[in-house]
Each structure stands twice: as structure tokens, then as C-alpha cells.
Design a protein. Structure first.
Lengths: 249, 184
């Protein structure tokens, strides 16, 4: 059979097979609107938050303050350039997945104390209080969790937190280890592996000195089968994590 | 009205009329693709419902300078897979024809002629079936499908090739059988 004929036959069959679904279209939409109304009336957790503009305005104020404070010194001039560079709205990086290289576009997420670049084709950021969570878009509910959480602990060094994690996670994981890392981000890493089945949980805690006596705790959670996908993508995002200096720095 | 205008209205004003218009643009093919992937129109309706609800509440995460359709289908395919993982009965094409489709005589002839191919598409492993459905029913390019499925382009090409090879064999057997019958 010629390739063109095969293609055309598959197209025809799939269209014919599914043409009667149009009778479901109106009913489906009624259900969608009904559910949305229900959720909105009930104040469901899916409801949109209006937090972003506040955070954005605070960042702008901090950056203006930092810029004003450091602009008069020589090192300050260099620092301003760095801040500007940090705030490029988009970045293109090359990443390798399953042995294949690909170019991806990352977009800036600005927070009070740090910035990170996210591949928004795959992930979005959700913020609750002081915890920021990076989650895959449209991820199925019945698979094990995939997330990267960024939070800060004041007055605790990476070493202290690593020691605490090594004690508290012993019973949770089959393998639990600690390493000092330079890549993807200079940090102390505590990582736990839950086993060797496809859905075994993997957690990687990157403990980054926040330069103010505290620690950024960045927790990646995924499962064994997602190591080559989300695991690699999360590490690539971490390469773009930068701490925003405070006014005292 | 184009996607960007509709999406802007939904993002800025939670505009439900714009949301309905968006659904009218994409709902039909979303239902078709979900039916082909799940093999069941009621599961397809569930998947499309969940997809559009997610879109409505997560639209703020969508970047207006990106194409909307691949984003929608990424969510839709994930929903289909979630529903399939939850289990339920498998609908075979013979049941589907019997229960769902009022066929013209010409259609009946075509269905009979290619019944084996229908079954073959439905029986493909989902890793081969979903790319085939997105390509031949969804009208996506290979690069777009690889992004929707979050897989490498070469992996996608290999999955499409394997799927097509299986379907080709079925059609070739059909042709052989028909030729033999004609000779008799």
C-alpha cells in the first residue's frame, strides 16, 4: 500500500469514527459551566488568586531601592548590571533529555528574595504564604507527586538542616545520602530513594545558603520513572536560581 | 474572534461568553480526539469537561504569546490517560458502531471494509495510538506532538512509525483478502 493512501485512510477512519461525538458537545459544555459555577460559589481551592501584582510591585520597589543604594559606588555599578542581567524576561538554554539535545525557552519568575526561570510549556508556579511550588501543567491526579518546592528557613544553616533531614528521613527511604554540590547549584544535597519500582518516590533536598544566616530549602519530589524527564528538567531550572541581594548586602 | 482576544477576555474578566466561544472553537475536536484515545465517548466527555475546567481556572498560567491549541491538548491527553488508568470497560468498535452510530449504507460498507483497521487503531498501545490520533485527527505537526506528550522528537517519530507499520500490515492483509475473494 502506498504511504499516501495509508495516511488518507487513517485520517478518514478517525474522522468517521468520531464524527458523532458532536452530539455530546452541548451537554458537555453544560456540565463544564455547571461545575465552574459550583466551584466559584463554593470558593474551591482551584479559584484564582490575585497575589501576583502585589509581589511584582514589592519586587520593583526592592530593586529600585537596591539600585539607588549601590549606584554611587564602583562595585555598585557592576552590581546594577548584574541585577539587570538577572531580570532578563526570557532565556534560551540547551538541555539534554534521553540523550537528545533540545533548545528550550525559559521565562522569569520573580520573588522577593530570589528569581528563577521556568519552562512554562511544562510548569507553573503556585505560591502559598512563603512557599512557592513549581508544578507540571495538567498533571494527572493519580500519579505520584511531581513538584519542586522553594522555601526559606531563617537562622538555620544548610549543615544544620542536612543533619536534621538525615535523621528524620531514615525510615522513609531505602537509600539516603548527603553530598556537597557545585552543580546544578552550590548547595548541600540530601537525597532519598524509595526503591526500584517505577513509582518509587525520589526526593532531593537542595540546601542553599541564603547569605543571611538562613537557608533556601529546595525540595524536588518525583518518582523513579520520571527521573529522566522531570528530574532533569528540575535540575536545569535550578541552574537558573539566583538569590536577590537584600539592602544590607 | 481569534484565540488571543478570547483568552485575554477570560484572563482579565473571567468572561464566560468568551470561554463558551473558545469551547465552540475547540470542543468538537477535543471530544473527537478524546474519543479516539479513550475508545469511549462518555469517558471522552469526562476528559473534555476536566480539561476545560482546568483551563478556566489555570488560564493565568498560559502565556498569550504561545499557541493555545497544543496547551489544550497537553491537558486533554493527560486527562484521557488519567481516566484510562482509573480503569473501566473497554469499548470495542463493533459495540461503538452498534450503540452510537447511525450509518448510511455507504458508511456501513466502509466500516465493514476497514473494520479490522478500526480495531487495530483501538488496540494499538497508547504510546503509539495517542501520537497517531494527534497527527491524523488532531492535525498536529510532529514537533508539536512531541511537546504535547513531553517526549523527544526522535522518540515520537519512532512511536509514529511503529504505529503506522502495524496499521499498514492490517490494511495489506485486508487488500490481500479482498483480492483473493475477487479471484474466486
Amino acid at each position: 500500500m502506498k504511504e499516501d493512501k495509508l495516511d488518507k485512510t487513517i485520517v478518514d477512519i478517525l474522522h468517521k469514527q468520531t464524527e458523532n461525538t458532536s452530539s455530546l458537545k452541548d451537554e458537555t459544555f453544560k456540565n463544564i459551566i455547571g461545575r465552574i459555577d459550583e466551584i466559584e460559589k463554593g470558593g474551591n481551592k482551584m479559584k484564582r488568586k490575585s497575589k501576583v501584582p502585589k509581589i511584582a510591585s514589592l519586587i520593583i520597589v526592592s530593586l529600585i531601592t537596591i539600585t539607588a543604594l549601590i549606584a554611587t559606588t564602583e562595585t555598585g555599578q557592576a552590581a546594577i548590571g548584574k541585577v539587570r542581567e538577572l531580570l532578563a524576561p526570557e532565556k534560551e538554554i540547551q538541555q539534554e533529555l534521553e540523550g537528545q539535545k533540545e533548545e528550550i525557552n525559559l521565562e522569569l519568575e520573580e520573588k522577593m528574595d530570589y528569581i528563577i526561570y521556568i519552562d512554562k510549556n511544562y510548569y507553573y508556579m503556585e505560591s502559598k504564604g512563603s512557599i512557592d511550588k513549581i508544578l507540571p501543567i495538567g498533571f494527572p491526579d493519580d500519579l505520584p507527586e511531581v513538584s519542586m518546592i522553594i522555601e526559606q528557613r531563617e537562622n538555620e544553616s544548610p549543615d544544620q538542616i542536612a543533619n536534621e533531614l538525615m535523621k528524620s528521613l531514615t525510615s522513609k527511604f531505602e537509600i539516603l545520602e548527603r553530598q556537597d554540590l557545585a552543580e546544578p547549584i552550590p548547595s548541600v544535597l540530601v537525597f532519598g530513594h524509595g526503591g526500584s519500582s517505577w513509582d518509587s518516590v525520589i526526593q532531593r533536598y537542595y540546601l542553599v545558603d541564603n547569605t543571611k544566616g538562613g537557608t533556601f530549602v529546595i525540595t524536588q519530589t518525583y518518582f523513579l520513572e520520571a527521573s529522566e524527564g522531570h528530574g532533569v528538567r528540575f535540575d536545569n531550572l535550578l541552574k537558573e536560581f539566583k538569590i536577590i541581594p537584600s539592602e544590607e548586602d | 474572534m481569534d484565540d488571543q482576544i478570547l483568552l485575554t477576555k477570560i484572563i482579565k474578566h473571567n468572561d464566560k461568553e468568551a470561554f463558551e466561544e473558545l469551547y465552540n472553537l475547540y470542543g468538537d475536536y477535543a471530544l473527537r480526539v478524546a474519543t479516539a484515545v479513550t475508545g469511549d465517548s462518555s469517558k471522552a466527555s469526562d476528559a473534555v469537561q476536566e480539561t476545560f475546567i482546568r483551563i478556566y481556572f489555570n488560564i493565568k498560567n498560559f502565556k498569550l504569546d504561545k499557541p493555545f491549541k497544543p496547551w489544550l491538548y497537553k491537558i486533554l491527553i493527560n486527562e484521557c490517560n488519567r481516566i484510562l488508568r482509573k480503569g473501566g470497560k473497554i469499548t470495542y468498535i463493533s459495540d461503538y458502531i452498534e450503540n452510537n452510530v447511525e450509518l448510511s449504507e455507504e458508511d456501513k460498507h466502509n466500516f465493514e471494509e476497514y473494520e479490522d483497521l478500526y480495531v487495530a487503531i483501538k488496540n494499538l498501545d497508547s504510546i503509539n495510538k495517542t501520537p497517531i490520533v494527534l497527527k491524523y485527527l488532531g492535525g498536529f505537526k510532529e514537533k508539536e506532538i512531541s511537546q504535547i506528550l513531553n517526549i523527544n522528537i526522535n522518540t515520537l517519530k519512532s512511536r509514529l512509525l511503529k504505529g503506522r507499520q502495524k496499521l499498514k500490515k492490517v490494511l495489506e492483509k485486508n487488500d490481500e483478502r479482498r483480492n483473493t475473494n475477487e479471484r474466486r
